[in-house]
Each structure stands twice: as structure tokens, then as C-alpha cells.
Design a protein around this ligand. Structure first.
Ligand SMILES: [Zn+2]
Length: 73
């Protein structure tokens, strides 16, 4: 994956840097408001229908989206 993608360390959602919200001189996750991110991630998975996804149940995600199962902070 190109470097323009980063992962929120809290909700583990994979984000394009353009998606971040700029607030008080820092960038925050538009989904959970966290301001810490990492570019070291692996085990990317896409949740389309969380109610039918075993992975979503395992990591307790109830929303759809692109996530990284493994991150390095
Ligand atoms: Zn987040």
C-alpha cells in the first residue's frame, strides 16, 4: 500500500490522509476522533456486511469499512 494510507490506532480503520479532519493544529480520525496514527500495518480486511462477517464479530466491529488487524505503534 502506498504511504498516503495510515491507520487510526484506536479504531484501526485505514484512512487516506485526505480523509482526516484538521482540528486545532492536529489531524484527527473522522470516525472516532483519535489523533494517533501509524503507517505500519498489515492484515488488511474489508467489512462490507458486519452482521454477516465472522471477522467483524471477532474484533467487535459493527460498521463497514476497511480495517487493519495488525498495527505497530
Ligand atoms: Zn479512529
Amino acid at each position: 500500500m502506498p504511504k498516503k494510507y495510515i491507520v487510526c490506532t484506536k479504531c484501526k480503520r485505514i484512512l487516506n490522509k485526505k480523509e482526516l479532519i484538521h482540528r486545532e493544529n492536529r489531524d484527527v480520525c473522522p470516525f472516532c476522533g483519535n489523533d494517533r496514527f501509524t503507517t505500519s500495518f498489515s492484515n488488511v480486511f474489508l467489512i462490507i456486511k458486519p452482521e454477516e462477517s465472522n471477522v467483524a464479530k471477532t474484533i467487535q466491529k459493527k460498521e463497514s469499512g476497511l480495517f487493519a488487524l495488525t498495527i505497530e505503534i
